[in-house]
Unconditional design. Structure first.
Lengths: 351, 52
C-alpha cells in the first residue's frame, strides 16, 4: 500500500477518535483522545515516508478548510504580508489547526508553532486533487483500526466502531450550498447531463443542514448540490478540521447533473405601460414539468414536458433577464424573472 | 446549362444566407461555450470556499 493511502486511512481513524466522546470525567476526554491518537500513529505509521505523507495530508486539509483558499488555488500570490490572521498577527500553524490535527502533528514532531509558508501552500495545491479523489473502503480502514488496537485504551470506542464499520468508510451522499450565484451558473446547472471537472478539490459536507445553512447565509440566487458519491471518493476532514460542525469532506472528481428542481419568481408585464404587476408569479420546474402560480392560482402547469424543446428555452430566456411570453387558458402572459430570486436544488453524481 | 441573371442572384443570395447562418450558429456556440466555461469557473470558485 502506498504511503499516501496509509496516511489517509490513519487520518480517518484519528477523525473518528476526535468524533468520539469517551464516557470519562470531562477533564479526561482530551487525554483519552490523545492516547488513542498517539497509539494509532505509532502502530500504523511505520516508515518516515508514511509519517511525512500523513503530515502533508493534514497540512493540505487544514490549508483548505481554515487557511487561505486563494493561496491554495494560486500559491504564487502568497506573500508574508498577506499571510496574516484577522487581527493582523502572522499566521502560524497552531492558529489554524484543530485540536486533533495539532496533537497528531506534534506527536510526529512537526513544529506547529512555525509560520505557514508559500511552499506549504504549493504542496497543498499539488496534493489536494489526490486527497479529494482517493477511494478507500471501510474494510481497509477497519483492518488498520484493528491493528492500531485502540480498544485496549478505550473498549467503548472499539465497540462503537465495530458496531458500525461504515463510520470508517466514505460518505456516500455529499452536499454543497452556495449563495449569490450568477444566473449563468443557475442556467448551466439546470440542465441534466451538464458536466464539470472539480478535480482540483473542493469543499463539501455530508450534513445537509450545513449546506442549507450556508445557502441561507447570503442573498441572491442560491444553489444546493446533492451529490451521490457511490464510488466513495473524498477526504473526510470533519473533526480534523477546525470547523468541526460543518462535517466537511474534501472532494475531487467530475460531477454530472441528473435532475434539478428550480424555484424562481417573475413579474407579469402590463401591456399598457410596460410596468409590472405587484403580485409575483412563482415558477417551479424540473427536467420534465413546469408549474406557475400567481398567489394560490395555478396559471400554468404541464407534465411530461420535453426539456430541450420547452423547458430549456424558457429558462434561457428568463435567466437572461428577457421577457418570456406564453399562453395559458386563452390569456397571453409576458413575464420577467425577478432578479436574484432563483433557488436551485441539483441532484448529481460524482465520478 | 445557362443561368439567368436572376437565377445567379438567387443562388448567391441563398449561399450567402447559408454562410451567414453557419457563422451565426458558430458565434452562438462560441458564446455558449464561453458562458459555460465562465459558469464552471464560478462554480469551482464558490465550492472552494469552506462552508463556515
Amino acid at each position: 500500500m502506498s504511503a499516501a493511502k496509509t496516511a489517509i486511512i490513519v487520518a480517518r481513524i484519528v477523525n473518528q477518535i476526535y468524533r468520539f466522546m469517551p464516557n470519562v470525567n470531562p477533564r479526561q476526554v482530551k487525554n483519552v483522545q490523545k492516547q488513542m491518537t498517539k497509539q494509532s500513529l505509532a502502530k500504523l505509521l511505520k516508515t518516515d515516508e508514511e509519517k511525512q505523507a500523513f503530515i502533508n495530508t493534514i497540512l493540505t486539509m487544514t490549508l483548505l478548510t481554515s487557511g487561505a483558499v486563494d493561496f491554495v488555488r494560486d500559491p504564487e500570490i502568497w506573500s508574508p504580508e498577506k499571510s496574516v490572521n484577522k487581527d493582523g498577527t502572522k499566521r502560524r500553524w497552531s492558529h489554524i489547526l484543530s485540536d486533533g490535527a495539532d496533537f497528531a502533528l506534534e506527536t510526529l514532531r512537526f513544529p506547529t508553532y512555525e509560520l505557514v509558508t508559500k511552499e506549504q501552500y504549493r504542496l497543498a495545491n499539488k496534493l489536494l486533487p489526490m486527497i479529494g479523489s482517493t477511494v478507500i473502503s471501510s474494510k481497509e480502514v477497519m483492518e488498520a483500526f484493528t491493528n492500531a488496537d485502540v480498544g485496549s485504551i478505550n473498549p467503548d470506542f472499539k465497540a462503537g466502531i465495530s458496531r458500525d464499520e461504515e463510520r470508517l468508510g466514505a460518505k456516500k451522499v455529499l452536499y454543497r450550498g452556495m449563495h449569490s450565484m450568477s444566473p449563468e451558473v443557475v442556467k448551466f446547472l439546470a440542465n441534466p447531463g451538464a458536466t464539470w471537472d472539480m478535480s482540483r478539490g473542493v469543499s463539501t459536507s455530508y450534513d445537509y443542514n450545513s449546506a442549507e445553512g450556508f445557502l441561507n447565509k447570503g442573498g441572491g440566487n442560491g444553489i444546493i448540490l446533492h451529490m451521490k458519491n457511490e464510488t466513495g471518493r473524498g477526504f473526510t476532514a470533519d473533526a480534523l478540521s477546525k470547523y468541526k460542525p460543518e462535517r466537511e469532506v474534501i472532494l475531487s472528481g467530475t460531477i454530472i447533473v441528473e435532475d434539478f428542481m428550480l424555484t424562481m419568481y417573475a413579474g407579469e408585464e402590463f401591456d399598457q405601460d410596460r410596468g409590472f404587476n405587484d403580485e409575483l408569479i412563482k415558477i417551479e420546474c424540473n427536467k420534465n414539468f413546469i408549474l406557475m402560480r400567481k398567489g394560490s392560482d395555478m396559471i400554468y402547469g404541464k407534465r411530461n414536458v420535453d426539456f430541450d424543446a420547452e423547458i430549456k428555452p424558457m429558462l434561457n430566456t428568463l435567466l437572461s433577464g428577457q421577457l418570456f411570453e406564453f399562453e395559458s387558458k386563452g390569456k397571453i402572459y409576458k413575464i420577467k424573472m425577478l432578479d436574484k430570486s432563483a433557488t436551485l436544488k441539483v441532484t448529481a453524481t460524482v465520478s | 446549362m445557362k443561368l439567368t441573371k436572376t437565377q445567379i442572384k438567387q443562388i448567391i443570395k441563398e449561399e450567402l444566407e447559408q454562410v451567414m447562418n453557419e457563422v451565426e450558429l458558430e458565434e452562438q456556440e462560441a458564446i455558449q461555450e464561453e458562458a459555460d466555461a465562465s459558469a464552471k469557473q464560478e462554480l469551482i470558485d464558490a465550492m472552494s470556499v469552506p462552508m463556515k
